[in-house]
Design a binder for this molecule. Structure first.
Ligand code: URA
Length: 257
């Protein structure tokens, strides 16, 4: 595909930003400055860099998706549409979701063809937190903070790792939760264990990488190397809470699309 289309389609740069970057000699393909936007690149083997910083090495590709409700986090399913079906067919080869969100959970999902990255994101020992904005049936109780921090025991006796759970300024029936593991229906079962009920979950951040708020439900973008670096970082919980409040409260109800 064309270089300008490839970079614009898969990054936060607009087509005109990309044209400007190309005009000023800032984009390189396989180490060579490229001044022509119609240069054909092969997303499976060309390395594209901006000002010397590799934007993406296309043989390893990872995408951030804003998962809508109603699709499952799998590569195939007989009847229900999968997150993969939201990617164009030419991008699907070898790509799988790094972790699962329930069919009714919305928000940030990473899709990748990089098994090592998926492992790093998912392995509890990597301590990559996943942050969920939770709509509860009943008001948040302060006692949840200590209970989550101590490790919730689920109904079947499973003990969860310590987690952070705080009320949010989005409303008395909301919570922001950070988990470093991903057991089946974990957030829903944790709140059931403290006598509440999850009405909706929206994942807003993974590690140090917040969801791109420009992505509508079902939209996706290619992750650049710097995004992957952020993904593997550990942010302050307070920074995530601020991001949450700044971006989701007013439209929280709309997150249930
Ligand atoms: N916890 C859940 O209960 N569901 C999800 O989809 C993710 C975390």
């Amino acid at each position: 595909m064309r270089l300008d289309k490839c970079v614009a389609d898969h990054s936060t740069y607009s087509r005109s930003d990309v044209k400007q970057l190309i005009r000023t000699g800032k984009l390189t393909v396989n180490g060579q400055i490229c001044r022509s936007g119609d240069r054909q690149v092969d997303p499976d083997c060309d390395e594209i860099a901006l000002g010397g910083v590799v934007l993406f090495t296309a043989s390893k590709r990872s995408y951030m998706m804003n998962k809508p409700a109603g699709v499952i986090s799998a590569t195939r399913d007989g009847k229900t549409p999968t997150v993969l079906s939201l990617l164009p067919p030419e991008l699907r080869k070898g790509i799988f979701p790094a972790g699962r969100l329930d069919i009714d959970t919305t928000g940030m999902l990473v899709l990748t063809n990089d098994g090592d990255l998926a492992h790093r994101i998912l392995a509890p020992k990597s301590h990559i937190s996943k942050y969920y904005l939770v709509q509860l049936a009943e008001p948040f109780q302060d006692s949840y903070r200590a209970a989550f921090a101590a490790g919730i025991t689920l109904e079947d006796g499973t003990i969860c790792r310590e987690a952070i759970c705080q009320g949010t300024k989005c409303g008395e029936k909301t919570a922001l939760v950070a988990l470093t593991e991903g057991k089946f229906h974990q957030v829903k079962r944790m709140f059931a264990a403290v006598g509440n009920h999850v009405e909706h979950l929206h994942r807003i951040q993974m590690g140090g990488l917040p969801i791109n708020v420009k992505l509508g439900f079902g939209d996706y973008m290619l992750l650049l190397n710097k995004d992957i670096d952020d993904l593997l970082k550990s942010p302050d919980f307070s920074a995530v809470a601020e991001f949450c409040y700044a971006n989701f409260c007013s439209e929280w109800i709309n997150c249930k699309a």
